[in-house]
Design a binder for this molecule. Structure first.
Ligand SMILES: Cc1cc2nc3c(=O)[nH]c(=O)nc-3n(C[C@H](O)[C@H](O)[C@H](O)COP(=O)(O)OP(=O)(O)OC[C@H]3O[C@@H](n4cnc5c(N)ncnc54)[C@H](O)[C@@H]3O)c2cc1C
Length: 474
């Protein structure tokens, strides 16, 4: 009987465990033990129910175009529980000079594709609008080296685009800043489009045309929602995976201190106990993977520790019907750094996922922290709430007393793919290959979103099973 240890019980580790569980149930001679340091499984996927509202402490949904999370939901019997974002209400604002300005129609992740709506948008200066027009004639360019997202966006559209769009969008998704994140790792499609087409705007339109052509006869099929989630919140996914795992194999409140390579396998040390395994999947943040691998391979541990993480805080406030009627329509707003606020973004949850708040409630979810504001993690909840309420007052004139408030802190949970990330991953992979039976999963490597984490866990399980001759196409 082969034994596999999984370290980390977030969605990456759970996806790995579920993949092995499926094999076990189909008769493969394999067992696993999942070690999770906290008392609960799920990592940053946490859903609370407060006053009839569904409050997401971590992720609230995932991108529909990345299939792996929805696939997992299908495998765990939640296919009919998937819901889409209410895209008929999709409208996002940018805070500019203290006011909410609608993001112009046709912006595809910061790339303008509709000239008219961009030209008439009060968001950009004429100088930037001229840059956008000129961008259409950008010649193909293949950067010889990796660069930051800010450098690439500045080259195409100028500095205002970085400040008003690239930076706030990346703080929303990565808790990071455009001047710190690698374009090749974070927006590989942009690097590709630039080398083939030159202009990002033309490339975006071309890819949309190709996608439509591919759909061909299915052109009348309604567009899929941008975001997918679960009726009962993201935690539903965790609960359903856990219910399908072998309960005896799940060890919570079990902090793994080290995993040590030995002649015939691996020793996992957790607390005062050690246990032997044939393979190990480390599905923790990369900094925790570095710590547990320190005594096995210090070079690997060093490369892993160089993958930086930022922290974030989410604050959800519930309000009454009067506030709901007064709040602007749309999904929410992003706050550029130049506005001088600590809040990075806010979501009007009752519009994005209407069933998450009864009709007589408004639900506003705010994001703080990120690469530039680590100190906020040290503040007390009361202080954080004061900041959030003060900024909501300034930005959207929201003075009302909330009916409830919830603050969640996530320390070092969001990986920051800095320039050179892909080269670092190559080094990590080369070192990992010298350690048979080791696989890495999680948000530190090839994607930070929930679907990428599910894929990484599933692939990690496939990899170790294949090494043991138990998987034909890993
Ligand atoms: C606030 C927030 C909002 C987000 N929003 C979205 C979103 O809307 N959509 C989206 O797709 N993605 C979103 N993300 C990103 C996504 O949720 C995460 O990248 C993903 O869930 C990470 O899963 P994971 O299992 O790799 O890591 P984690 O969830 O961090 O789990 C890792 C687990 O490892 C455990 N661990 C660590 N060290 C040890 C050890 N030594 N021994 C044992 N266990 C250990 C930890 O306790 C933890 O439970 C968001 C993330 C955050 C923080």
């Amino acid at each position: 009987m082969k034994r596999i240890a999984i370290i980390g019980g977030g969605i990456s580790g759970l996806s790995a465990a579920f993949t092995i569980e499926e094999k076990r149930q189909s008769g493969t001679e394999v067992r696993y033990v999942l070690f999770e340091s906290s008392p609960r499984l799920g990592g940053v996927l946490v859903t609370d129910h407060v006053d009839g509202c569904l409050v997401e402490a971590g992720p609230d949904s995932f991108l529909t175009e990345k299939p792996w999370a929805a696939d997992l939901c299908g495998r765990i019997g939640l296919g009919d529980q998937l819901i889409g974002s209410n895209d008929s209400e999709r409208k996002t604002y940018i805070v500019a000079k203290g006011k909410l300005v609608v993001m112009p129609d046709g912006l595809m992740f910061m790339v303008p594709t509709k000239i008219i709506s961009t030209v008439f948008s009060p968001l950009f200066s004429w100088r930037t609008k001229m840059r956008m027009a000129a961008e259409w004639f950008h010649p193909p360019h293949k950067a010889s080296e990796d660069e930051t997202v800010a450098e690439m966006v500045r080259r195409h559209y100028g500095p205002e685009m970085v400040e008003l769009l690239a930076d706030p969008l990346l703080s929303g998704v990565y808790g990071g800043e455009a001047s710190g994140l690698s374009v090749r790792a974070v927006l590989p499609r942009f690097a590709d489009m630039e080398s083939k087409h030159g202009s990002l705007g033309r490339a975006m339109l071309e890819s949309r045309k190709q996608a439509r052509k591919k759909m061909g006869a299915a052109a009348n099929v309604p567009a899929r929602p941008l975001f997918t989630s679960l009726k009962d919140g993201m935690q539903q996914m965790v609960d359903a995976v856990v219910a399908r795992l072998d309960a005896k194999a799940l060890k919570t409140s079990a902090v793994v201190q080290s995993v040590i390579r030995q002649d015939n396998g691996w020793t996992v040390c957790a607390g005062y106990q050690t246990d032997q395994f044939d393979a190990v999947i480390i599905a923790t943040p990369a900094h925790a993977a570095a710590d547990v691998l320190e005594s096995t391979d210090e070079n690997l541990a060093r490369d892993l520790s160089e993958i930086k993480y930022s922290s974030s805080v989410t604050v959800t406030l519930g309000y009454d019907e009067k506030v709901r009627r007064a709040l602007p329509p749309g999904f929410g707003f992003l706050v550029p750094r130049s506005e001088g606020h600590r809040m990075l973004a806010a979501t009007f949850v009752h519009n994005k996922f209407p069933h998450r708040a009864p009709e007589n409630r408004a639900l506003v979810r705010c994001f703080l922290g990120g690469a530039r504001d680590e100190p906020i993690l040290e503040m007390g909840e009361k202080e954080i709430l004061e900041i959030v309420r003060g900024e909501l007052r300034q930005i959207i004139s929201l003075n009302a007393e909330p009916l409830f408030a919830r603050v969640y802190k996530w320390k070092s949970a969001m990986a920051q793919y800095s320039v050179g990330h892909l080269e670092r991953l190559q080094r990590i992979e080369a070192l990992r290959q010298k350690l048979p039976g080791l696989a890495l999963a999680g948000n530190g490597y090839n994607g930070i979103g929930v679907p990428d984490c599910v894929r990484s866990g599933t692939e990690a399980a496939g990899k170790v099973l294949a090494e043991m001759g138990m998987w034909s196409s890993a």
